[in-house]
Design a protein around this ligand. Structure first.
Ligand code: SAH
Ligand code: SF4
Length: 406
């Protein structure tokens, strides 16, 4: 029970209610609280059986985050530990406002080309890990990749995201001519790479050949957690070293993580959010963990929708101008996951440009959506989905602030 005002007249009740309604959503007030005007004061009473919420404090923290784009570890932890439907609603609304201020109602389109599912690594969560003998492997050749770009270009895509496992066949010798040719053929397009960890020399050479952006999720910024998700030879300092190199070279860099990955704690999530704020990347990929049947994590549950949206929204508020996708994984755990992502501050979607016959094989997790749809269909579908929630696809190249197209 919270005392709002010392002895007061019944007629002031309506005024106080109106004031409170401005602060909290009306629906929320009605569901959880009541006002009582007694001779010793006006009281804000928690309804019987409804657990006392920390909502007022949470709302203050959200307002601080909105106003200052930063929070302390303690505040982030408090927010995460005590969040509820009402506070999430407020958080998403603030994240939307910040996103709209930076990008309007446009959602950037990126064309994903998954060109090889061979991988030398053994990340425990991933369906195309080297140890999965059941994975049917494929790799596209240069001509096939260029064909995907051509198809994408004709549909209006102006960013190509080339993603693969860590495939030793794609040495610099193979990759540099490919990147150079995409750069030559599509001078007005951005080339984003997502090839995992490589040497500093390789990152430099690929940048010089014309790549502009690099996506390398840090996966988790906590060493102890990283060690639970990866075999001993795959180490966090190496991943973080790559991210720093990429930034130094001049790429627009994306880090990111999975929400609800096995053994993740709230403290780990806070560490991720603080790392993102501190590293200040141009892009952040956040999606739920989804189990893959042929991995050691097959029996773990997927990450939740609301908590993933929470991480997306906090990231938007921490880095107002960051490029933030509503990921395919989000669309996989919930039929409206990508729309909900946009309504929580995301401003990028990444439909697939890979040949249809390979889509099923690039199986990082079970149940991936859109494996049977042509890119053209995906554009139509995404356009309709976005317009239903008041947004529209943007066909602009969509570089990060401060990175003009060359
Ligand atoms: N090999 C590259 C790029 C391909 S993997 C790399 O590792 O960077 C791209 C991303 O897919 C990974 O960073 C990881 O965050 C995500 N991913 C892998 N397995 C997943 C799973 N089971 N659920 C959700 N996301 C997954
Ligand atoms: Fe390979 Fe990337 Fe999967 Fe790890 S997450 S196993 S590096 S494809």
């Amino acid at each position: 029970m919270v005392c709002l005002k010392k002895p007061d007249k019944p007629k002031h009740r309506a005024k106080i209610l109106a004031k409170l309604s401005q602060k909290f959503s009306k629906k929320y007030l009605k569901r959880k609280c009541a006002l009582e005007n007694t001779s010793s004061g006006v009281f804000f009473i928690w309804k019987k059986g409804v657990p006392m919420s920390k909502t007022p404090e949470i709302f203050n923290i959200i307002d601080k985050l909105y106003a200052s784009a930063s929070l302390t570890r303690q505040e982030l932890r408090f927010l995460l530990d005590n969040r509820d439907g009402a506070s999430d609603e407020r958080l998403f609304e603030r994240a939307r406002a910040v996103s709209a201020r930076a990008f309007g109602k446009g959602v950037f389109l990126r064309g994903l080309i998954e060109f090889s599912n061979y991988c030398a690594k053994n990340c425990l969560y991933c369906g195309i890990r080297a140890g999965n003998a059941g994975a049917a492997r494929y790799r596209l050749n240069k001509e096939e990749i260029l064909k995907c770009c051509e198809n994408g270009y004709s549909l209006g895509f102006r960013t190509f995201v080339l993603q693969s496992g860590e495939d030793p066949s794609f040495s610099d010798e193979a990759l540099l001519p490919l990147v150079s040719e995409i750069r030559r053929t599509f001078p007005d397009c951005a080339i984003t790479l997502s090839l995992g960890e490589r040497s500093r020399e390789s990152f430099e050479a690929l940048f010089a050949a014309g790549a502009n952006r690099y996506l390398l999720r840090h996966e988790t910024a906590s060493e102890a957690h990283y060690a639970k998700l990866h075999p001993p030879e795959t180490r966090l300092p190496s991943r973080m070293g790559c991210l720093r190199e990429l930034k130094r070279i001049g790429y627009q860099v994306g880090c990111g993580f999975m929400v609800g990955s096995p053994y993740q704690t709230n403290d780990d999530l806070v560490t991720d959010l603080l790392f993102i704020k501190d590293f200040a990347p141009q892009m952040v990929g956040i999606g739920p963990f989804i189990p893959h049947r042929d991995t050691p994590f097959a029996a773990f549950p997927p990450g939740g929708l609301e908590i993933t949206l929470f991480a997306v929204a906090v990231t938007r508020l921490l880095l107002p101008e960051v490029l933030l996708p509503a990921t395919t994984a989000l669309g996989t755990i919930h039929p409206k996951g990508r729309e909900r992502g946009v309504l929580a501050g995301a401003n990028v979607v990444m439909p697939n440009l890979s040949p249809l016959e390979n889509r099923e094989k690039y199986s990082l997790y079970d149940g991936k959506i859109c494996t049977g749809d042509e890119a053209a269909e995906c554009i139509g579908c995404l356009g309709r989905r976005l317009s239903a929630v008041g947004y529209e696809l943007s066909f602009a190249r969509g570089d990060a602030a401060g990175f003009a197209a060359d």
